[in-house]
Design a protein around this ligand. Sequence first.
Ligand code: BEZ
Length: 213
Amino acid sequence: MSELKLGDKAPNFDAETSEGKINFYDYLGESWGILFSHPADYTPVCTTELGTVAKYKDKFAERNVKVMALSVDGVESHKGWINDINETQDTEVNFPIIADEDRKISNLYGMIHPKADDTLTVRSVYVIGPDKTIKLMITYPASTGRNFEELIRVIDSLQLTAYQKVATPANWKQGDDVVISPSVSNEDADKMFPKGYKTVKPYLRMTPQPDKK
Ligand code: BEZ
């Protein structure tokens, strides 16, 4: 069982994929990355998920995010299933799917949860920063398809908070006010946030999103 935690280096690997042999770090380059597993090919929820990810191509590209999927089925199975996804979801799968038949990468990333299923991967999501460290981990059961709008929202928060001394409050979305990091003194906040800020409590200071007009 993998012990990966936030802030750890995302393990590198070589994989057979629907787009040929790929080295994970080479594939990511300087981009942000999403590595996500699904239980199996030719299953209904996974079909809708991978179709949705394909349709988010522009949203991921705008955010400099590269996506890679994984399941424990083989390359030929992936290729046949991709035809079905393209046909039924009215899209074109535009990212590689790892064929992790020996479960090497699933085990490296802790994507098999034996009490949920002995052999199939659960719906794991890893967001990886350009420094190759793990920024986010989420796990869903097989029965629940993911909300990829939420994933985009989290990536927006991760990218904003990586470069500004702010954090994003509950249900935040692009353009909403943000929270000034507790580590920033009022004196520094006066200089850092020229749009001003509201002190709701000394530990709760709200400011307009700094990188928005
Ligand atoms: C699905 O993708 O629909 C699915 C896969 C495994 C178990 C349950 C549902």
